[in-house]
Design a protein. Structure first.
Length: 69
């Protein structure tokens, strides 16, 4: 188990992940950079972990909303 020492909880914001559909129809998993992806591209999220975003991307591929790589 890893624990973080120190009181810098304000400076270390938790990273969230998004599934973003590209122009080719392939969905990519991207970390958030302080804001959500633009409204011009379809996206799903935010998700708390990269693993959760991967699971959601698999579901989107199975539902036909994204193409597999």
């Amino acid at each position: 188990m890893v624990t973080s020492a120190g009181s810098g909880s304000e400076s270390a914001s938790p990273e969230t992940w998004f599934v973003v559909k590209t122009a080719t129809g392939v969905c990519e998993i991207l970390p958030s950079l302080s804001e959500a992806p633009g409204e011009e591209s379809p996206h799903w999220g935010p998700y708390a972990s990269r693993g959760e975003a991967i699971v959601r991307r698999i579901g989107l591929i199975r539902a036909g909303k994204c193409r597999p790589v």
